[in-house]
Design a protein around this ligand. Structure first.
Ligand SMILES: [Zn+2]
Length: 406
């Protein structure tokens, strides 16, 4: 009688045993010891055909001989027949399969699943909105968390494309790159994303205090807080699909803060935007100070869409805060919107390479930084390209100064 077995790391082996000693009818396992190969018999039965569930460790010496061979056609590991002396199956084992319980998938769209996923991006989110001990939190809804996750993935994709020419926003490099940029580094601690009511306060006179129905990034508290109904469309109507743009804008404020860690303030994205100029293809100023004026201007051309800065609500998808008041506020808000526009154009268009005045000579079907004037029609001086190329240049310099972002 012959019994075939197939150790996982070897070819099938033929075990020649004395008739009546053992018949393998079930599965087996094997491991290699320094002195001998052992086979574990999960189920065996004797020559009388009695089945036993007794498992035993059987040394190869029991079988007298052990030699490599090829398993018969159709025989796979774990399903090895007992063969008679002619090599034909002696017994065809039949198994009554254990009934497989009805599979109940764990919903990947659950609030906790998203919170767990966001943790791998270096973000801490509380289902109740705020940490225990804090008051005036507001429990996340699933659709809000999905918008947060979408915004994070879009940013991570933009970073991954920029740094590694990899479009994924969800692979390990995207997650670690995002985390290394956005979370606190000294000591390392996650950035908190809080969901709060309009009554929420960080305390201590934080600049975010008093915020209503909007996002606010409090770098002093290592947090982004999303207040009340923070998602509105351009007509100031509640629209959950707009939440991602507000969220990415807030991450723009966070990115600006991270860009100034350990470097002169002038090298932050704010510093570069404050002193920089963006020129269109006919040397017109798109952003910055017009010659002879000290007033800094964010400009109305080259954004992903238009906004009427004379009539409320002064915002759109790609101009979340078109404040045109004091420069310190105006520049900070423009920085966050520049980041927002860069993220979306980076993930919906190719990287800005080549001559910006002779490539992409169109309004653009991409999102963010389109070649439009303040009325939303084609601007042949290509202000969207001007903003896009300029941001890419600044980010290259900023990333070079922060080589721990990886
Ligand atoms: Zn803002």
């Amino acid at each position: 009688m012959y019994v075939y077995a197939q150790p996982s790391s070897q070819s099938a082996v033929l075990l020649s045993v004395s008739s009546g000693q053992f018949r393998l009818i079930g599965r087996y396992e094997t491991f290699t010891s320094p002195v001998a190969i052992w086979y574990r018999v999960d189920t065996h039965r004797d020559t009388a055909g009695q089945t036993s569930s007794v498992s035993g460790w059987v040394a190869d010496t029991v079988f007298n001989s052990l030699e490599p061979c090829i398993a018969p056609t159709g025989v796979t590991a774990g399903d090895l027949p007992i063969l008679d002396s002619n090599g034909n199956p002696l017994v065809t084992p039949t198994f009554t399969p254990t009934r497989t319980p009805t599979y109940t998938p764990t919903p990947v769209n659950s609030i906790q699943a998203i919170i767990d996923d966001l943790a791998t991006y270096g973000l801490t989110v509380f289902a109740a909105g705020v940490d225990s001990g804090q008051s005036n939190g507001q429990a996340w809804t699933l659709v809000e968390l999905q918008q947060l996750q979408l915004g994070v993935q879009n940013i991570a994709s933009a970073f991954n494309r920029f740094k590694y020419s990899d479009q994924s926003g969800t692979n390990s490099s995207a997650r670690s790159l995002f985390a290394s940029i956005m979370r606190n580094t000294s000591p390392v601690s996650n950035l908190k994303i809080l969901r709060v009511s309009n009554s929420f306060s960080f305390g201590g006179g934080d600049n975010c205090n008093g915020t209503t129905d909007a996002g606010c990034t409090s770098n002093a508290n290592n947090a982004i807080a999303l207040y009340g109904t923070f998602y509105f469309n351009v007509s100031n109507q509640v629209d959950i699909t707009k939440a991602q743009y507000t969220i990415v804008h807030e991450f723009g404020h966070r990115f600006d803060n991270q860009s100034r860690v350990g470097v002169p303030a002038a090298d932050s994205l704010f510093g570069r935007t404050d002193t920089g100029f963006i020129f269109d293809c006919q040397s017109g100023v798109v952003l910055g100070r017009i010659f002879g004026s000290s007033d800094w201007l964010r400009g109305i051309r080259g954004w992903g869409d238009t906004v009427n800065t004379a009539v409320p609500p002064y915002h759109s998808d790609f101009q979340q805060n078109a404040a045109v008041d004091v420069d310190s506020v105006e520049i900070g808000e423009a920085v966050a919107d520049m980041f927002l526009n860069w993220v979306y154009r980076r993930i919906t268009d190719s990287a800005p390479t080549g001559d910006r005045c002779t490539t992409s000579v169109q309004v653009g079907t991409w999102q963010g930084f389109r070649n439009i004037n303040g009325s939303g029609t084609f601007d042949a001086t290509l202000p969207g390209n001007a903003r896009y190329w300029w941001m890419e240049e600044q980010l290259a310099a900023i990333f070079a100064q922060h080589n721990t972002w990886q």
